[in-house]
Write a protein that binds this ligand. Structure first.
Ligand SMILES: O=C(O)CCC(=O)C(=O)O
Length: 282
């Protein structure tokens, strides 16, 4: 488990690849986000490819994740370009970030998690990488499927993939963990924000609680020195909400493709011309 940290934030981010900023958003702000995304889910017209199916046995079909909300929704754009996030990422990386994605995960009781992955496999931010701001909308721990991170993996290149267990993950592929490395739970209170580098291997286990949701509001950025990103992430916003043109990286796609329980292996985002893809076997 990640312990309370006393190290300087930048030092910790550089050593581990991630940093938790406790209490970044106030309880009343978090309540507003929670109510807002529930309203959007019920409206059913928000995410074109992720419309809720109230009759499904799969909790994730009843509560599908929402993606790229900021393109149509002002509150999501406010979160994406929040001055506190800008200040924290600037402190951690030395650059004001460029904003590219919002996502909301409901993760209701008994929902599957998301297998271990690296975000920059999908975002293709270059020449450095991307960074996530993952805000807990509910208190989260191992019971309700908190995020798991593998410390130190920000130093790794993009890793090769194997088939995941789709009874536990809604995505069908996972990163092969280097020997000796383990994923550790990040226990968070609602309103805390976890920042992690785009190379950091992370994911989450199923929500085993009978009653507790594990909602999260997630924003993705490319580090401010990047000149290129995958097409799915455009338009790119500066933190003052103006649009900046970046080059389009080859490959990439949305962060993990949703697969039904028992679904087939699909690595459609694998790009054979991607020279960054590292094969771990000797
Ligand atoms: O919240 C989760 O369970 C996974 C989220 C994630 O992996 C991501 O934001 O890249």
């Amino acid at each position: 488990m990640i312990e309370n940290v006393t190290m300087d934030p930048r030092q910790q981010f550089e050593e581990d690849g991630f940093y938790v900023a406790e209490g970044t958003f106030r309880p009343e702000e978090v309540d507003r986000f929670r109510a807002h995304y529930e309203e959007l889910r019920l409206a059913g017209s928000f995410s074109d490819d992720n419309v809720a199916d109230p009759t499904s046995d799969d909790p994730l079909r009843r509560y599908p994740r929402q993606m790229q909300m900021h393109r149509k929704d002002e509150l999501s754009l406010e979160f994406l370009c929040d001055a506190r996030i800008d200040a924290l990422i600037t402190e951690l990386t030395g650059f004001s970030p460029l904003a590219v994605q919002t996502m909301f995960y409901f993760k209701p009781p008994k929902a599957r998690g998301q297998a271990l992955h690296q975000d920059n496999f999908y975002l293709k931010a270059a020449p450095s990488t991307c960074i996530a701001a993952w805000m807990a909308v509910d208190d989260c721990d191992e019971e309700n499927g908190c995020l798991m991170v593998v410390p130190g993996t920000h130093q790794l290149p993009t890793m090769c993939l194997s088939k995941s267990d789709t009874t536990k993950s809604f995505t069908s592929v996972e990163v092969v963990l280097p020997e000796g490395m383990v994923a550790v739970p990040v226990i968070m209170k609602a309103g805390d924000v976890l920042f992690f580098n785009g190379q950091v291997i992370h994911g989450s286990n199923p929500n085993t609680s009978e009653t507790r949701f594990r909602r999260s509001l997630i924003a993705h950025y490319v580090i401010g020195d990047c000149t290129s990103v995958g097409q799915w992430y455009k338009p790119v916003y500066r933190m003052d909400k103006t649009i900046i043109e970046l080059e389009t990286s080859v490959g990439g796609g949305q962060c993990g493709d949703w697969i039904d329980v028992g679904g087939e292996l699909r690595i459609e985002m694998f790009d054979p011309s991607d020279r960054d893809l590292m094969v771990l076997t000797e």
